[in-house]
Design a protein around this ligand. Structure first.
Ligand code: ISE
Length: 359
């Protein structure tokens, strides 16, 4: 097992939007951690980022075209994987083989079978090493809501309504399946986190698609989760909403309800048509206030807390936040969601209980 030094020497795999954001965060404001390396097949972007961050870090981070050489580097204690989900499997196994702790962006892997192999490999490594990047678990309002539910302050939860909108699809490959795998997977994790329960059944429906979606892409989508304990969760995921990044939820329980993620009180509307909504001449990205354009702004605080908590836990030899099991459970649920998207029918979610962490 790699000896974890203080400060924690971190390598970031992937320098797209999220990887760059995490690299800057690690260079700039995560206590007890330092950025020592970057890996991306896009060497130009990685080199540029390394140059930009050198004055902040004090020493130039190493740059690798091949993530495997960064993972294998003995000068790297721990990894942040911000690469596409399709390459997480092999990169996670490489980290686990070397006993290196890893913060892996969601989804854990692309399907339940490979996520299960990751769980096996983590067990073989001898201790939990994986945190999954479900950042909403670190958002102050979501944390408060979870604590409220946990204390029983609102009584028994009955319903959870979740809304998840992006302004536009991130790229042309973001097809209907990605909306389930990459976006709805957040709602799966939130439902599990807030209700402390598993999804037993999932159904994914789609109305007529927005004309802003690429040809053949089913957007928006509505998913219904039946939780094992009996609560029901409704979810809207709308990737080409045109308005901005909106993530919120309302929990309805026997003695009250609570909304997390509302910008402030009063009527909240978003729109693109002039004259629509409060204030004058609403345009995309406004509501009389401002709708954040993407997740980096909306969840800036959550990401800071998530990465700080990861660094602290890693130095202490533990894991916090969403664990590999949570990544596995959300991947299996998303997989069932994909089947439902194809058939329109509810699909049962079956988890392999062997790896469920004990209390
Ligand atoms: C992206 O990967 C994220 O994780 C964002 O939070 C989500 O809103 C978006 O739909 C995903 O593509």
């Amino acid at each position: 097992m790699t000896e974890v030094r203080s400060p924690l020497r971190v390598g970031v795999v992937g320098v797209g939007m999220m990887g760059t954001d995490h690299a800057v965060r690690l260079a700039d404001r995560v206590a007890g951690a330092c950025l020592v390396g970057l890996a991306d097949p896009d060497l130009t972007t990685a080199e540029e980022l390394a140059s930009r961050l050198t004055p902040v870090v004090g020493e130039r981070p190493t740059v690798h075209p091949d993530p495997m050489t960064l993972i294998a580097d003995p000068g790297v204690d721990a990894l942040v994987l911000a690469s596409p989900g399709s390459v997480h499997f092999e990169q996670l196994l490489a980290c686990l083989e070397r006993g290196k702790p890893v913060l892996c962006e969601k989804p854990l892997t692309m399907d339940g079978a490979s996520s299960l192999q990751v769980l096996d490999a983590e067990r073989d490594a001898g201790r939990p090493l994986i945190q999954v990047g479900f950042m909403r678990r670190f958002d102050p309002e979501y944390v408060e809501l979870e604590q409220l539910v946990d204390r029983g302050a609102l009584g028994r939860p009955l319903l959870l309504h979740q809304t998840h909108r992006n302004r536009t699809a991130p790229n042309a490959d973001f097809r209907s399946e990605m909306i389930v795998r990459d976006s709805l997977v957040h709602e799966v994790d939130c439902a599990r986190f807030l209700l402390d329960d598993e999804v037993a059944m999932i159904q994914v429906l789609s109305p007529r698609p927005t004309s802003h979606a690429a040809d053949g892409v089913l957007d928006p989508q509505v998913a219904i989760f039946q939780m094992a304990g009996g609560a029901v969760v409704t979810n809207e995921v709308f990737i080409n909403s045109q308005t901005g990044y909106e993530v919120r939820c309302e929990l309805v329980a026997e003695r009250g309800s609570a909304i997390a993620g509302r910008p402030w009180g009063g009527l909240y509307t978003t729109g693109v048509a002039p004259g629509h909504g409060p204030g004058t001449g609403s345009v995309a990205g406004t509501w009389g206030g401002t709708v954040p354009t993407d997740y980096r702004a909306r969840f800036a605080q959550a990401y800071d807390r998530e990465v700080q908590a990861w660094a602290d836990a890693t130095r202490a030899g533990t894991v916090v936040g969403a664990r590999a099991w949570d990544g596995y459970a959300s991947t299996v649920t998303a997989e069932a969601g994909l089947e439902s998207l194809r058939t329109g029918e509810p699909v049962e979610v079956v988890l392999d209980e062997r790896h469920r962490p004990g209390d």
